[in-house]
Design a protein. Structure first.
Lengths: 312, 483
């Protein structure tokens, strides 16, 4: 057994153990932290499977944003009910063992079927690589997301907007400062932010531009941008606002506006539905999507319809 | 022109959502309602085109399968799109008063409702397994969020359960799509049907898909989330969830079973699906019979009525196909009407406990009339859409000598008559009962008219069978299983 196999084995065993710990841990906070670790190990696994785009997305969204969202939810629970620590009840649920057995059987069945997979010679993946040579793109994932199957991406953006609209419709807005966790006047906070926030913008822009030829793209870039926003919310530099203004609304809809505007507007010029007119259109749409994804995730994190600057 | 109209079905509501978020408050109501009214206008020329030339296909972004996504509009999809448009107009009329676009609840409702419409239309057009998944996610998320508008504690609890079960179901479906894509390198339903061999992988994928879709459609015994969700949702949202949203995953189930796996020999699985339908009919009807609240009766009735559609799988004949399509259509209209009428009663009296609802025939004659007309269709009394659906189903069972199913359908109809007559008897014929409600206000007339229009359409569906059945005949599944 060589080193590569050993690493794979370690990742596989590590993921199963971490997953078990995530569900069996009683303290919710520890469970969340373990989940974030699980997401990072998962990202490593995707790298080993030579899916760097997925690894980036898993690390940024699966581990980063999701973990931050869950921690914020945990904090809200503490604020609502300070006396009772948000722990899961003692003792094992009656359905735990049957559910675990069922899940194991499911994994085994799927695994056994997947072992026998014999990919079709004329699969979409090979055709995508073939078609990619006719475009100016170097990253087949971006090709699939923005050109070959762009309706999926467009509707995924709609799903994200629905999530934000749903959160707005269902939840009561957080109070100003409720989202902040750092003593805002501490001297090091400003210095930290002065590094973190520009860095998040820089990395996001790099991921976005790299996405045309290498791993990266609007989803990963948006998640990194959201991390910058989360830092600003945590330090109360940005605070939950009551009503979304025009700028907020424009920013959260920008991705869809650009996508629908170009993809459907193109029909007025005699082109077919969702045919993009060139590489510039891909850049415009991806940039707008990055802004929308970043702001939407930051808003979901803050649990607020809008974000406003700290009052002086 | 055809491509523009197809695009309109999805992108008019989607674009309207974006505009609603950006425009000032005053303009929103008109914009939302206009966007909904545009849907039937788009469908009319499309219907003519399907009528004349048969199925319409549109390769999006000019990439054809296996790489690209294709929209296919055939008779069955067209009927479902019409159901969506026809239910959407009165429901929106109702929502103009129950969720005024300028107020807090309206600001939550309208963008989600328009997004939901875009998702439903995109789903009916799509013939791509992964694209169907994305549209189904749009629909589930929007449905869950709409359920929580207004912040009623029972509704929020139901929304959470719906969300968790819905996500589990999506995950099962997605796992199956992954397996199928790994094997065939394709996602288009037709192409997958050609390429997929009947082996263990295909069987695993089909079981996962069906389980996921059964949870989403709330077919017995996976119905546990539905009654609380539909029974506690705010006014028009119940009508939307029961009339449209549960139909969507049933439609997908029919597509996948008959189009993707059309030539597989699966008699045992088909019987199993039929038995689930039988369980749904019996359990849903009996549970509806003992519910203390009007909206819960209607919600359990949905569990029961969806069971009839499941009988399509074991019967699998042209008649059964007619019947199932007609049941989807007629139930969608009648159930939306019932929930709108119930919403008006609830709004007017402040409770929907059956024992508090007395003398409705004098207080709310229009709403009670709508409720009763819709009940006629649900019970399957002539002349209504529901009658036609059940008659066709009985005929299908009779032709094949399937006496078990025949008896089941008859018992189901009797039970539905029992629980609906109970509602009507309690609401009309006990004027002297003591629980006189203290609160009382008459509902807006447009809200009552919306319920009545839908109920009349459910009855009228009994007279328009020829063109609808003609459309279905032109879009029967491929494969030679049709006796």
């Amino acid at each position: 057994m060589d080193t590569a196999h050993l690493v794979d084995l370690l990742l596989a065993v590590g993921m199963v153990v971490l997953a078990l710990q995530v569900v069996s841990e009683r303290a919710v906070l520890r469970s969340i932290i373990l989940f974030v670790v699980f997401g990072l190990v998962m990202a490593l696994a995707w790298t080993r499977l030579q899916a760097p785009d997925l690894a980036l997305a898993e690390a940024a969204i699966g581990a980063g944003v999701t973990g931050a969202l869950m921690m914020m939810a945990w904090r809200r629970l503490l604020i609502i009910n300070p006396d009772q620590p948000a722990d899961t009840p003692r003792g094992r649920s009656r359905v735990a063992v049957p559910v675990a057995l069922l899940a194991a059987a499911l994994v085994a069945t799927i695994g056994l079927s997947a072992l026998n997979i014999d990919p079709h010679a004329n699969g979409a993946g090979l055709i995508a690589l073939d078609e990619l040579t006719d475009t100016s793109l170097g990253n087949p994932v971006t090709g699939v997301l923005l050109l070959f199957r762009n309706l999926d991406t467009l509707l995924e953006m709609a799903v994200l907007l629905i999530a934000l609209l749903g959160a707005r419709a269902v939840s009561t807005p957080a109070h100003p400062n409720e989202a902040a966790v750092v003593e805002t006047s501490a001297p090091l906070v400003g210095a930290l932010l002065a590094i973190l926030v520009p860095l998040s913008i820089l990395i996001a822009t790099h991921l976005l531009l790299a996405g045309t030829n290498e791993p990266g793209g609007a989803f990963q870039a948006g998640a990194v941008l959201a991390a910058g926003g989360v830092a600003l919310v945590l330090t109360a530099r940005l605070q939950p606002g009551e009503r979304p203004g025009v700028v907020t609304q424009l920013a959260v809809t920008a991705g869809l506006l650009a996508f629908v505007g170009i993809g459907v507007g193109i029909m007025a010029f005699g082109e077919k539905l969702l045919v993009l007119p060139g590489t510039w259109a891909i850049y415009v749409i991806e940039t707008a999507m990055m802004v929308s994804i970043g702001l939407t995730l930051a808003l979901l994190f803050a649990g607020a319809p809008a974000l406003v600057g700290r009052p002086k | 022109m055809i491509a523009e109209l197809l695009a309109g079905l999805v992108f008019i509501p989607l674009g309207a959502t974006l505009l609603v978020l950006l425009l000032p408050r005053q303009a929103r109501g008109y914009l939302c309602f206009t966007a909904v009214l545009a849907l039937p206008l788009c469908l009319m020329p499309l219907t003519q085109a399907v009528w004349a030339d048969g199925e319409i296909t549109l390769a999006l972004a000019e990439f054809t399968p296996p790489l690209g996504i294709v929209w296919r509009l055939d008779g069955l999809a067209l009927i479902m799109l019409w159901l969506t448009a026809i239910v959407a107009v009165p429901v929106s009329l109702h929502a103009l008063t129950s969720f005024p676009p300028g107020e807090q609840t309206g600001r939550g409702f309208w963008p989600l409702w328009l997004m939901l419409l875009a998702g439903i239309n995109a789903l009916f057009l799509s013939a791509d397994l992964f694209n169907l998944y994305v549209t189904l996610e749009m629909i589930t998320l929007a449905g869950v969020a709409m359920l929580g508008i207004g912040g009623n504690a029972l509704a929020l609890k139901a929304a959470m359960r719906y969300l968790l079960l819905g996500l589990l179901a999506s995950l099962l479906y997605l796992l199956a799509v992954g397996l199928i894509y790994g094997q065939t390198g394709a996602l288009d339903i037709y192409l997958v049907g050609e390429r997929l061999e009947t082996d263990r992988l295909a069987a695993t994928a089909l079981v996962l898909m069906i389980t996921g879709l059964l949870v989403k459609s709330a077919i017995f015994p996976m119905h546990v989330w539905l009654p609380a969700a539909h029974g506690n949702a705010p006014g028009p949202v119940s009508a939307i969830l029961s009339g449209l949203v549960v139909k969507v995953s049933l439609y997908m189930l029919i597509r996948i079973w008959f189009w993707m796996a059309g030539d597989w020999e699966l008699p045992a699985a088909a019987t199993a699906l039929g038995l689930l339908g039988a369980g749904a009919i019996l359990y849903g009807s009996l549970a509806a019979l003992i519910q203390p609240r009007l909206k819960m009766v209607i919600a359990y009735s949905t569990v029961a009525q969806l069971g009839y559609v499941m009988l399509l799988f074991p019967l699998a004949s042209i008649n059964a196909f007619h019947a199932a399509s007609y049941q989807l259509l007629a139930h969608g209209l009648a159930k939306a009407a019932m929930f709108l009428a119930a919403a008006n009663i609830l709004w007017s009296i402040g409770t929907d406990r059956l024992h508090a609802l007395t003398d409705l025939n004098r207080k709310l004659p229009v709403d009670l009339f709508a409720l009763a007309l819709a009940a006629v269709s649900i019970m399957g009394l002539p002349p209504s859409g529901g009658f036609l659906a059940k008659w066709l189903l009985l005929e299908a069972a009779w032709q094949q000598g399937a006496w078990g199913w025949l008896i089941l359908i008859s018992i189901g109809s009797l039970l539905s008559a029992a629980y609906l007559f109970r509602v009507i008897a309690l609401t009309c014929f006990h004027p002297e009962r003591r629980h006189v409600p203290t609160r009382w206000q008459s509902p807006p007339s447009s809200a009552s008219i919306a319920a009545l229009v839908l109920a009349l359409l459910a009855i009228a569906a009994g007279f328009t069978s020829a063109p609808i059945l003609g459309l279905i005949d032109d879009s029967l599944p491929p494969g030679g299983i049709w006796p």
